[in-house]
Write a protein that binds this ligand. Sequence first.
Ligand SMILES: Cc1cc2nc3c(=O)[nH]c(=O)nc-3n(C[C@H](O)[C@H](O)[C@H](O)COP(=O)(O)OP(=O)(O)OC[C@H]3O[C@@H](n4cnc5c(N)ncnc54)[C@H](O)[C@@H]3O)c2cc1C
Length: 464
Amino acid sequence: MDPLKALADAERKPYWLDTPARPEPLRRLIGQTSADLVVVGGGFSGLWTALMAKERDPSQDVVLLEGRRIGWAASGRNGGFCMATLTHGLANGLERWPEDIERLERMGVENLDEIEETLTRYGVDCSFERTGELVVATEPWQLDDLTGNMDLIQDLGLDYVPMDAEQVRAEVNSPTYLGGLWVRSGCAMVDPARLAWGLREVCLRLGVRIYERSPVRSLQDDGITIELRTPYGVARGAKVALGTGVFPPLLKRLKHFLVPVYDYALMTEPMSPAQLDEVGWGNRQGVGDSANQFHYYRLTDDNRILWGGYDAVYYNGGQLKAEYDQRDETFVKLAGHFYDTFPQLDGLRFTHRWGGVIDTCSRFSAFYGQAHGGRLAYAVGYTGMGVGATRFGANVMLDLLSGEQTERTSLAMVKDKPVPFPPEPVRSGVIQFTRWSIAQADLHEGRRNLWLRTLDRMGLGFDS
Ligand SMILES: Cc1cc2nc3c(=O)[nH]c(=O)nc-3n(C[C@H](O)[C@H](O)[C@H](O)COP(=O)(O)OP(=O)(O)OC[C@H]3O[C@@H](n4cnc5c(N)ncnc54)[C@H](O)[C@@H]3O)c2cc1C
C-alpha cells in the first residue's frame, strides 16, 4: 500500500495517551509546602521513587512535582517493552561491566519480577504480559550476533531460545526473517500510559501529594532544606530526587552527559481475525530486528501493531521542540518498512503517528549520583530502555538518599559516570557523523568503519 495513503488519516498524537481513560489533571502547587522527600518528575522514574519511598517508610511525607501531566513524556509514549536488562542489553553490559554482569542480570530479572508483583498487589491494570521479546535477524550478517553469547547466556541461567527461520516465522510470519532469538525471561509488554496512570493512582493511595503543571524553575539549598520554586509555589524538601529524564536538568552538571534523541512510532488500526491469522503471533511477543538501525513492534490488547524505531534523530543544537514530535519523512519510511515486513497486511492503515525524546548518554544505560551533601539524588540517561530500569534507578536513588550501602550502590555501574559529550557545535558534528556511520554499517553487512571502531574502543557511542 502507498505509505502516504496508509498514513492519511493517522492522528498526530501518541496512541497510548489518546484515550478517555486519561485521568483529569491534579492541582498545581500554589503557595508553600514542605516534605521529607520532594520528587521532581512524573514519569516512571519519579513515580516509582515516590511509590517506593512510601513503601519503605509510610510515615514520611512525600511530594511529587510534575511540570506538565503525569506520563505525558517518554513514559506515556514508548513502545511498552518492559525489559529486565539494566544495561541496555547483555552485550552492552558485558562490554562495560564484565565483573558485575552476573549480578546485573540477576538484579534485572528480580526488578522485572518485582514490577509484576507490585502491579498485581495494587491491582494496576496496564495489560502487563510477560511474553518475552523475539529478536529477529533480517540479514545474514545478523545471525552470528544473535547467538554469539549462548554459552554465557546458559551459564547465567537466562531463558533464551535460538530459532531458525522456519521456527521464528512460525511465531510471527514475515518473509524477511532469517532466524531469531526468543528472549523469554527478559521482557514483558505493557500499556505504558496505563502503567504511569496506575502508578500515579497507587502513589495517591499511599499518601503521596502529587502536583501537576508545576514545573520546577529553580533549586536552592540553604544547607538544611532544598527549595524548589515553581511558577506559583515553593516546595522545600529535606531530600530531593530528580527523575527529570532528558529535560533541562536542575543540576547543571548533568547537561554534559545527556543528549535528546527523537524516536518515532506508528500505530495501525486493529487487525481483523483473518489478518491476525496471516501473521500468527499467538505468543504475542514484542519483536525487535537486529540491525544497528532497528525496528521494534508489538501487539496491543485489540490487536493493533505498534511499529517504531529505525531513525534516531538528533536535531543540531540539541533543543527540545514540540514540532520535533512529528517527522513525516520518518513516518513514510516506517510505513514502507512495515509493508516490506508484513506484505500480507497490505491495506492495513495507520491511526496514530508520534515521536518522543530519549535521554541518551554515551554508555546507553542510566547513570546515578548525588549532590548537595548527599541530600539530592538523580537517575537519568536510560537511552530508550527505561520502562523497567527506571524502577531499579528509583531504588538506587532511595538507597543513596538513605546513606545505606546496598548491593545496588556497590555496583560499578552505579558508581561510574558516562563519558560526557563534547560541547556544541562539535557535539552535533560528532553525532551526525556517527549516525551516518551507523547507517553505512547496516548497508555493508554490519562492518563498522574506523570512526565506529574507535568509539567502540573508547567505550563511547550513540544510540536511541
Ligand atoms: C518513542 C519512544 C519509545 C520508547 N520505547 C521504549 C520501550 O519500548 N522500552 C523501554 O524500556 N523504553 C522505551 N523508551 C524509553 C522510556 O520511555 C524511558 O526510558 C522512560 O520512560 C524514562 O522515564 P523517566 O521518568 O526517566 O522520563 P520521562 O518519562 O521523560 O519523565 C520525566 C518527567 O519529568 C518532568 N520534568 C522534567 N523536568 C522537570 C522540572 N524541572 N519540573 C517538573 N517536572 C519536570 C517531565 O515533564 C516529565 O514528565 C522509549 C522512549 C520513546 C520516546
